[in-house]
Design a protein around this ligand. Sequence first.
Ligand SMILES: [Zn+2]
Length: 326
Amino acid sequence: MPIALEQLVANGPVITDGAWGTELQARGLDPGDIPDLWNLARPEAVAEVAQAYIDAGSQIILTNTFGANRIRLGDHVPASQVPEINRRGVQLSRQAAAGRALVFASIGPTGKLLLTNEVTPETLATAFTEQAQALAEGGADALVIETMADLTEATIALEAAKTTGLPVVACMVFDTGKDKDRTLMGITPEQAARALTEAGADAIGANCGVGIERYVPVCRRLRNATQRPVWIKPNAGCPTVVEGRITYNTSPAEFAAHVPDLRAAGASFIGGCCGTNPRFIQAIAQSLHPTAFEDSTLARRGREGGQAQQGLHEPEDSTGSEAAPR
Ligand SMILES: [Zn+2]
């Protein structure tokens, strides 16, 4: 039976994961290379990223499948390999999770614009349906549509994802306009929340953007426009290029300082996007569950020589008792 997202977040925010691309780059992926291909070429590196997030406290991890639709992969792989890349992506996250975290499989945009007739709605629907079905076959607990700027593309992806019967989280990027509260196509949080709720999303969200601070009001507006749980994964501030490398200006501690505001604004799922890493997830976990963090993880890491082997909330989750205030 599919998990119920409402139930999952009933006791407070659930911690998701951070960026994958930069973590894969730290393990040798060339910035110009396609990360999704590593599900077949370098599976151990992909599993390591998932593992690092779980060790840091992620209760939900995503998959290395953000760009694994046939439109985006294009000529880089034979079309017949597209489902396999998606299935493997889920399997790698699932193996790394080993029951300690749920696996929500990532579906990103195709990179083609409906607005300029670069692609048709039918072609989008075919590509997203193929990807969603493969992710479901791989064993995903839920699907996450993320980094969408176009509400029509997001809705087509959502409808395709819903055909699997799995819960679906639908997220857009709000990074444009005077207050950085619109998508590139001009969609407001209210418009996104209403349309995606109407189209059947089980959670509504915002990811990437221009940093965590700007996503506090965006979160509140999403919260007020839908009954569904709200999923927030901000990036680590605006990227700047320093000596040819993209860097982000927010530290894990600065990021985590806004987590209480995000929680007060109604976020039910909290994680990070571009520029975040396992240290950000650890900081989020510490902010949300300071007592659990001190009692279990730090003590355990002390015992195990700096290696956190368990999810942060395993004692709470396994006993059902609540030692730490949420
Ligand atoms: Zn991002």
